[in-house]
Design a protein around this ligand. Sequence first.
Ligand code: ADP
Length: 414
Amino acid sequence: MSNPSQSVMVVNCGSSSIKLALYSSEDSVTPCITALGQRLGSDSASLSIKGDVQFSSQGNLSHQEALSLFIEQCATFINNVVGIGHRVVHGGETFSESILLDTQTYDTLKTLNELAPLHNPINLMGIKLCEELLPNIPNVAVFDTAFHQTLAPEVYLYAVPYQWYTDYGVRRYGFHGTSFRYLTDAAAERLQRPKQDLNILIAHLGNGCSACAIRQGISVDTTMGLTPLEGLVMGTRSGDIGAGVLGHVAAINDHSITEMLATLNKESGLLGLSSGFSNDMRTLLQAESEGDISAARAIDVFCFRAARHLAALSVNLPSIDAIVFSGGIGEHSAQVRQRIMRHWQSALVTIDDELNEQHGNEIGQISRNEPTNSSNDQPKLPVILVIATDEEKMIAADTYQIISSSFSNHKARS
Ligand code: ADP
């Protein structure tokens, strides 16, 4: 960012939460203010603001009230905001990059609601609220799916009647794209190679988990699909499951598809495998160390399935320069990283235990092998990296870039 007085606001609007951040041009890496509104719409709602403004409030707050309070408390900073970047989960096939929102793009975005009924309408509500409360500031949409629009048809098509794709948009879209884009840049920087040269596998392991194969800087395969339910085992989501299982259990319990999907989204994954004990990896690791068998079972399945998916993604890569771990679990749990990589016996991809422990909570390399220096070198064994992801920073960067270029285009035309 060039003008030191300018800043960008980032909005991530969820069903009962809102995350906000302000990035100033003087430090576009770390936000000067962050805020979290939680349990919005209930009596136990709260808003907490940290950084250059400190504030907290509890009571019954709606999304609109939380945002209004944030604007009021941070008024002097908001005056410098030149653009607002919104996380939007689904961009369908329409949006392959971040966009400046106007009436036309907003209307197009609305047509995508049915692809992500749990997420997109809420994201759009965040955009509308900003338009109402900060009417003179332009809004930018940054999509979780956009980075994966480079997938080839053989990767994104399901083997179902083709008409489901043409008529209903049924295909694999992939998510966590903003995180994968950030991590690709960060890995390139770390390995001191242009990203166009790099082939990497990334595991983003948080509450939601997905993995991605990046060939020469571009997403060529990923584990999530039409919805974020597909792929790896997650906190409460099942990940991949044969459709036959649904029919079988639904028939026994006389459950509807809606009920079955609720179970797969909210009561499965680590939570389901641990017989309802916890969806939280830290809690499960602790319980396992105290002898809890159901916690051990959940972690074992999580790690095996992550390894299997990473290995499957590698078929799309001519070589693997790096494997990157990120997300709350990938960044902080040396044990989970080690247990995932232990499954890769045949590929000789090994974590160094000592380095892995050292990087229990910080970014860095956790294998001993040297990175390949250029794409012309003989491929070496992949280096294994831990990198903290930063989706908000990526949204802020996109927003600033889009606002700056629209401003220059406007000036050039006038
Ligand atoms: P989200 O996907 O909601 O952004 P995070 O990326 O913060 O979530 O990841 C949350 C997950 O990370 C939880 O399962 C949590 O237990 C796990 N986690 C965080 N710190 C640790 C840790 N030190 N060891 C193991 N797991 C951890």
